[in-house]
Design a binder for this molecule. Structure first.
Ligand code: NDP
Length: 281
């Protein structure tokens, strides 16, 4: 049976799938293009309709690939892209967004994120996001790689309270955000988007993860994703370059980790006991 897609609410009340699809590294190898597009379509067919990209990925070519792959399917998708901090001035943000829209062959982004904090004042980027919302070019905006202090600063900027999400590195091996950032996002009423949810594949040979996977007759990637997906307010955006990996990741929606599983994972990947600097990739 196909597992139901669990969902997460944005502050507006709109719901998005808790499991999406990432695209970092796509469109870099022409030999993989067919597999990447097939993976994306397989995911959409399964309801994994939140798609994450960025102007940075393959220097715009990942957005180009999505523009081609989403021809005729744009309305099925909750499309997320990101502005580079070097472009995130008031005018530069608008221009970067317009370039992304052209590459993506669409008239609007569902969510537009500041990729990480750079030298532009947050207030200028927020003002540009406001303009883009007003002009119908983006529906929501958010941030990425902002730590708890940055987020507090953002909330104090005029219009900053309209932030819809913070997309950060979060997986079993990167739990620092549990100490302060996740509670802060809960207080702000915004979901967190967990990027690199399987640590780019590096965690998949961990013995504890393998043990839990074996006990569940699942794969380590599915356990890593189910561990994230069991939490409210978390969207996981794994990148899978084949339809097989997409189907495997989708099946993680059906995996229920037991108390014993969770305790074993806590022993192997301990929760933070104090504040830690936000990790980034
Ligand atoms: P992920 O943690 O999603 O790992 C991707 C790797 O895992 C790929 O090599 C993929 O291989 C492999 N993989 C996927 N599914 C499986 C599976 N079921 N079994 C075994 N291997 C699997 O890493 P990413 O860094 O790509 O993060 C996901 C997305 O998050 C990015 O693509 C991007 O959209 C976003 N991101 C955002 C950042 C930010 O700064 N805001 C930073 C980093 C990522 P294969 O291709 O063969 O399937």
């Amino acid at each position: 049976m196909t597992p139901a897609i669990s969902t997460v609410s944005l502050p507006s009340g709109e719901v998005v799938p808790a499991l999406g699809q990432g695209t970092w590294g796509w469109a870099e190898d022409p030999h993989r293009r067919g597999d990447e597009i097939a993976a994306l379509h397989a995911g959409l067919d399964l309801g994994l309709t939140l798609v994450d990209t960025a102007e940075m990925y393959a220097d715009g070519a990942a957005e180009d690939l999505l523009g081609e792959a989403l021809e005729g399917r744009r309305d099925e998708v909750f499309l997320v892209s990101k502005v580079l901090p070097g472009n995130a001035t008031r005018r530069g943000t608008v221009e970067a967004c317009e370039r992304s829209l052209r590459r993506l062959r669409t008239d609007r982004l569902d969510l537009y994120l500041l990729h990480w904090r750079g030298r532009s004042p947050l207030g200028d980027t927020v003002a540009a996001f406001d303009d883009l919302v007003h002009d119908g070019k983006i529906r929501y905006w958010g941030v990425s790689n902002l730590d708890a202090e940055d987020l507090a600063e953002l909330a104090a900027v005029p219009g900053g309270d309209a932030v819809a999400t913070d997309q950060v590195l979060y997986n079993l091996t990167r739990r620092g955000v549990e100490h302060d950032l996740l509670p802060q996002c809960r207080d702000l009423g915004i979901p967190v988007m967990a990027y690199s949810p399987i640590e780019q594949g590096r965690m998949l040979d961990h013995p504890a993860l393998r043990d839990v996977a074996e006990s569940q007759e699942a794969t380590p990637a599915q356990v890593a994703l189910a561990w994230l997906l069991r939490q409210d307010g978390i969207v996981a955006i794994p990148r899978a370059g084949s339809a097989g990996h997409v189907r495997e990741n989708h099946a993680a929606l059906d995996l229920r980790l037991t108390e014993d599983n969770l305790a074993a994972l806590d022993r192997a990947f301990p929760a933070p006991t104090g504040p830690q600097p936000l990790e980034v990739l």
